[in-house]
Design a protein around this ligand. Structure first.
Ligand SMILES: Cc1ncc(COP(=O)(O)O)c(C=O)c1O
Length: 379
């Protein structure tokens, strides 16, 4: 049963609350995997770039994974440990700075490899190639499936020329999304099937992200067998770069009920927005957990929860409660640390939620507050 242990009336709304104890619980699980297997785990910053916590996260993990220059710089400045970068293409004007921040540079094509290889090697940094094993393990989520037809992410075997791999020491794949280790296992089968002749020529492999390692039903022993398989069979150093698993269920979003209306069913207008503050609710789509609520119709009072914005579809979902909602009530959504503050926006001039830290001792710290200037200065 999801619950929180803070006074909901003492925080400004809307706000994200990063839960330090929950984060540590996840990090301990991840560190356990590293300690038992020797695999290095990196924080995929795209999921959770809350750099205020990087020093603490760096006590448990090997470093950061980045998607381009800005994340590369952030990881370098704020964690300062191993820093791996993958981008579908790097621009000429940025590559030297990226190389200066990262130890591992992963390319998505042989054109990019040929263009920048000498510069990476001259800087003494490592080169990897992202492969596409063409092994889809998710259905109905094409937007999150790098193995979907015509995907631009990763080099397929047909397009993989092994005649000039000079300087290339590693392979990278990222094919999973919120998945368990059985899907990793079949992905490794596909990789051995298609790239089995390349693996012995490499020194390291990066399993990408999408491993829901800190979810309750995740099969960690199977993950560890997958890691050992690559270590023992091919002598590879193994990296993983999960994002979600690091801050899974480690954040809240607190919002206030601003108004109650009716159209075929009761509607509550909140001071948060799916479109602005939790875009994955509309993109994935998914129904975020809400403390103390049930499915629509499950408890006595059902509501459609929507936002202040103009977008008709800016609806978080339909939920039910034991008591009727009142204007001024506070609601607490769960699992709001990942892909939330990194993706939010100020559409309609909606304020960005403040970012608070719920510390281990139960006290609050404010990491960031936002106002009108933050809206204006982006435009
Ligand atoms: C290359 C790469 N690595 C790591 C990740 C992190 O994935 P997740 O947050 O699902 O673990 C992603 C997510 O898109 C990715 O594209």
């Amino acid at each position: 049963m999801m619950d929180y242990n803070f006074d909901v009336n003492k925080v400004p709304t809307p706000c994200y609350i990063v839960d330090e104890s929950a984060l540590i619980r996840n990090l301990e699980i991840l560190r356990g995997v590293s300690e038992r297997t020797g695999a290095k785990i990196l924080l995929a910053q795209k999921a959770f770039s809350c750099y205020h916590l990087y020093p603490m996260i760096g006590e448990y993990l090997a470093g950061t994974a980045c998607s381009g220059l800005f994340e590369a710089k952030l990881g370098y400045e704020e964690m300062g440990k191993e820093n791996h970068v993958f981008s579908a293409a790097y621009r000429e004007s940025e590559i030297d700075e990226i190389i200066s921040y990262c130890g591992h540079i992963i390319f998505n094509s042989f054109t990019q490899l040929d263009r920048y290889r000498d510069r990476v090697l001259a800087a003494g940094k490592k080169i990897g190639l992202r492969i596409n094993p063409e092994h889809s393990t998710q259905e109905g989520h094409e937007i999150y499936d790098p193995c979907s037809p015509k995907s631009r992410l990763g080099i397929t075997r047909r397009n993989f020329h092994d005649d000039d791999l000079s300087g290339v020491t590693g392979l990278h794949f990222h094919t999973l999304c919120e998945q368990n280790s059985d899907d990793l296992e079949t992905t490794l089968d596909a990789i051995e099937d298609k790239f089995g002749d390349i693996l012995p020529k490499m020194e390291w492999i990066n399993f990408g992200g999408g491993h829901h390692i800190t979810r309750e039903d995740y099969d960690i022993p199977r993950l560890e067998r997958c890691i050992r398989r690559m270590q023992e069979k091919y002598g590879l150093e193994v990296f993983l770069e999960p994002g979600e698993a690091i801050a899974l269920n480690a954040g809240w979003l607190v919002t206030e009920v601003l108004d109650l209306t009716e159209n075929d069913m009761p509607i509550a207008i909140l001071d948060t927005s799916a479109a602005c503050h939790m875009p994955d609710v509309l993109e994935m789509p998914y129904r975020p957990p809400l403390v103390g609520s049930g499915e629509s119709g499950e408890k006595k009072y059902s509501y459609r929860l929507g936002s202040q914005t103009c977008l008709a579809g800016d609806v978080i979902g339909e939920y039910s409660f034991d008591e009727p909602l009142k204007i001024g009530d506070r609601l607490v959504f769960g699992d709001m640390a990942i892909y939330s503050m990194v993706k939010n926006n100020t559409f309609n001039g909606m304020p960005l939620p403040h970012i608070l830290l719920l510390k281990k001792d139960g006290s609050f710290g404010t990491l960031r507050s936002f106002g009108y200037e933050d809206f204006k200065e982006r435009l």
